[in-house]
Write a protein that binds this ligand. Structure first.
Ligand SMILES: *[C@@H]1O[C@H](CO)[C@@H](O)[C@H](O)[C@H]1NC(C)=O
Ligand SMILES: *[C@@H]1O[C@H](CO)[C@@H](O)[C@H](O)[C@H]1NC(C)=O
Ligand SMILES: *[C@@H]1O[C@H](CO)[C@@H](O)[C@H](O)[C@H]1NC(C)=O
Ligand SMILES: *[C@@H]1O[C@H](CO)[C@@H](O)[C@H](O)[C@H]1NC(C)=O
Ligand SMILES: *[C@@H]1O[C@H](CO)[C@@H](O)[C@H](O)[C@H]1NC(C)=O
Ligand SMILES: *[C@@H]1O[C@H](CO)[C@@H](O)[C@H](O)[C@H]1NC(C)=O
Ligand SMILES: *[C@@H]1O[C@H](CO)[C@@H](O)[C@H](O)[C@H]1NC(C)=O
Ligand SMILES: *[C@@H]1O[C@H](CO)[C@@H](O)[C@H](O)[C@H]1NC(C)=O
Length: 634
């Protein structure tokens, strides 16, 4: 260990190679690399670090560091050796067959525990080790070091490489200067290599993914994450967006008051991520398994819409459920920054949307164990995971990347343009990439195509109205997706959706088409959509709505929508997918009470999709569910 510390220190001293340990920390690549205006220059951070060591400190006058080194900088270390605090445990994500992203946060502490501020201008050095042994004993399979500093909010994000495919691993960070200072041990895994036969993936056991969306801190405790980690066998956690919300709300009555203000600056976004990541269930879930995530938002539109269906009138209350970047975002605007039509002057935060988006993206890449798909295009998070020949998990960005104008509540124009051929949810580059990816997935012989994306895909007629912020506002784009699947006979496609704060399970078919598609038998469908409810965010059927009232709404909706086979709007929760070569099963979980921390939940419905059938197996959900309403099969 001491040799490696020395090596690190020498590397720093020799200057030109010295940025290596900064560059090892992928957080410095956020939000862009090689862009003079908006990227970290690790060379200048390094120069700052070296310069202070060679300066005469007597003339140095900085009220922030009054005599921390007795006015003698030559006493100051090249790397911080005064103690580190792992404030947010560990996390991992974006597993490949031989590598995975590992994350932690290590904040300098005062050496003597006094109130004197540690010198935050010195970088901290972290070691990491990856092992198949639960106690990290023996020679690590992978190890390395990286620097962090205040420039990246003390986050550390490294890629552990040289791992074996389809293997469970344990990992830990430690302080390079004091190996006794260690983080909690995390568990993670790699995925099978692309050519692994489908039946051998995950050692022949079904691969289980837990799928989440819409976790608003002030709306409740993140019990769903803890339940998935403690009470299911989920191997991989997938988050479809709205991981944080920019709004404040009123969570104080359940001990969930949100710090800060509506998010606009880098400080705001970091503070919010920091607070979210103190929820014990979320901390445990990140420590427990690798996550694969995409970002988003969520709107109030559906809440108002469903309000029309329900009595009593209190459900009309529009709660301020909002998003990851900001509410009802599209590529150049959002509903609440309100600069879509009129520029920045309308923005309540005073920040232009583009500045706000940059701050959000930067903090997201610092705090989330996500890979950078394209270092010169940090807004690109659409990416694909080939998990043996069992499946491709294709993650799309149907929100931020290159999306044409959405419904921002006052721009009724979207009603008239929703069907235009030239509107895209994904943008031309992503759309082409998506069609190529599912075609290649079929060509390479993968059994399943699982598509993780943010918003509900299937047409939902809500008493004559449609959510134009979902795929219903981009009908030509949806038709192109379905056409691509039908024309190329691409089987076994399963679309996952979040965003809507309610559960929807549908066969995939062209909207209104009951000629090719038979809603009773499912014949003629080309796949299945599993849309999941929120971890905590309020129901789109009305905040706090109880099962009987929610079921009344669901009954209307399953009767009005041919493709929709199950609707449930009362419970908060998540769902799992259990996948092998023969079946893809979805189990929906409902959490009983999110107003305090607990692990009390139950399975509300189970669905089976048989390989090659491209529809939900009949009877849907085995004919019975523990919550919500099934479409009548007669
Ligand atoms: C470490 O960080 C945690 C979480 O922020 C905090 O509660 C704790 O007081 C810190 N410990 C030290 C020694 O600074
Ligand atoms: C947003 O902008 C529109 C169009 O100028 C305006 O009518 C509306 O009042 C603004 N809303 C807010 C909340 O500022
Ligand atoms: C998009 O299509 C509509 C309807 O065909 C047309 O009116 C509009 O001009 C087109 N917009 C662009 C930018 O091509
Ligand atoms: C939507 O459903 C309602 C019944 O709830 C029906 O009257 C209406 O015709 C449907 N609209 C469309 C566009 O399918
Ligand atoms: C479905 O039918 C309704 C009523 O005719 C129509 O308004 C709507 O545009 C159709 N949806 C699609 C996607 O064609
Ligand atoms: C799916 O569910 C069916 C019926 O319960 C069961 O026989 C099958 O083993 C399950 N398959 C997977 C991959 O979970
Ligand atoms: C949830 O738990 C809280 C706190 O114990 C309790 O006050 C509330 O009644 C519970 N809600 C339900 C629906 O059981
Ligand atoms: C979930 O697991 C926890 C921890 O093992 C246990 O205490 C709890 O009772 C379980 N919940 C259910 C609903 O089984």
């Amino acid at each position: 260990m001491h040799f490696t510390i020395l090596a690190a220190i020498l590397q720093v001293a020799v200057g030109v190679y010295a940025t290596a340990l900064f560059d090892k920390n992928l957080a410095y690549h956020s939000p862009f690399v090689d862009n003079p205006q908006i990227s970290h220059d690790t060379r200048s951070i390094q120069r700052r670090n070296v310069k202070r060591q060679t300066q005469d400190a007597t003339k140095f006058d900085d009220e922030h560091y009054p005599g921390f080194y007795g006015s003698d900088f030559s006493n100051s270390p090249f790397v911080w050796s005064g103690g580190l605090n792992f404030t947010h445990s560990v996390a991992s994500g974006d597993p490949f067959d031989t590598s995975v992203i590992l994350w932690t946060r290590a904040v300098p502490t005062s050496p003597d525990g006094t109130s004197e501020l540690p010198d935050q201008s010195v970088p901290a050095c972290l070691s990491f080790a990856v092992s198949t042994a639960a106690d990290l004993s023996g020679k690590p399979i992978a190890h390395g070091q990286a620097f962090t500093s205040y420039d990246v909010d003390w986050t550390v994000k490294v890629e552990a490489t040289g791992l074996r495919p389809d293997t469970k691993y344990f990992y830990q960070f430690s302080d390079c200067t004091n190996p006794k200072t260690i983080s909690p041990i995390g568990t993670t895994r790699t995925i099978a290599s692309a050519n692994t036969p489908a039946k051998n993936v995950n050692g022949g056991k079904p691969l289980v993914m837990a799928v989440f969306s819409c976790s608003q801190y002030q709306a409740g405790w993140f019990n769903a994450y803890g339940f998935a980690a403690h009470n299911t066998t989920a191997d991989i956690f997938v988050h479809l967006g709205d991981y944080i919300y920019e709004s404040l709300g009123n969570g104080a009555h359940i001990g969930r008051a949100v710090l800060g203000r509506e998010l606009a600056t880098i400080f705001d976004y970091r503070q919010r991520l920091n607070q979210y990541r103190t929820d014990a269930s979320l901390v445990y879930a990140h420590q427990h398994a690798p996550w694969i995530t995409v970002w988003v938002r969520v709107g109030t539109w559906m809440i108002m819409r469903f309000g029309l269906l329900i009595n009593p009138p209190e459900v009309y209350t529009v709660n301020s459920a909002l998003l990851q970047v900001a509410d009802n975002a599209w590529k150049a605007g959002t509903a609440d920054s309100n600069d879509t039509a009129t520029g920045c002057k309308w923005s309540p935060s005073g920040a232009c949307f583009t500045d706000r988006k940059m701050a959000a993206v930067r903090a997201y890449h610092e705090w989330m164990p996500i890979r950078q798909v394209d270092a010169r295009d940090q807004l690109r998070i659409w990416r694909n995971f080939q998990i043996g020949k069992l499946l491709d998990l294709t993650m799309l960005d149907t929100r931020q990347y290159d999306r044409d104008l959405t419904d921002v509540y006052y721009n009724t124009v979207v009603n008239t343009i929703a069907a235009f051929e030239n509107r895209s949810l994904m943008g031309a580059a992503q759309e082409k990439w998506f069609y190529d990816t599912v075609s290649q997935s079929k060509d390479r012989g993968a059994v399943w195509r699982v598509v993780g994306q943010q918003i509900v895909f299937t047409q939902l007629n809500e008493s004559g109205a449609f959510d134009l912020d979902a795929w219903d506002g981009y009908r030509a784009n949806r038709a192109r997706v379905l056409d691509h699947l039908y024309k190329n006979k691409i089987s076994n496609t399963v679309i996952l959706s979040g965003d809507s704060h309610a559960n929807w399970v549908s066969d995939l078919a062209h909207p209104n088409d009951t000629t090719t598609y038979n809603p009773t038998t499912g014949a003629g469908a080309i796949g299945v959509e599993f849309a999941g409810t929120a971890v905590t965010s309020s129901s789109s059927f009305g905040s706090g709505i109880q099962p009987p009232a929610a079921d009344a709404v669901s009954r209307v909706l399953v009767d009005a929508n041919a493709d929709l086979q199950w609707s449930e709007g009362s419970f908060r929760g998540f769902f799992t997918l259990s996948i092998d070569t023969h079946n893809l099963n979805a189990t929906y979980y409902a959490m009983r009470n999110i107003s305090f921390a607990n692990l009390d939940g139950f399975a509300s419905a189970n669905f089976v999709v048989k390989s090659g059938e491209n529809k939900l197996s009949r009877p849907v959900a085995g004919g019975t569910v523990n919550a919500g309403v099934l479409r009548s099969q007669t």
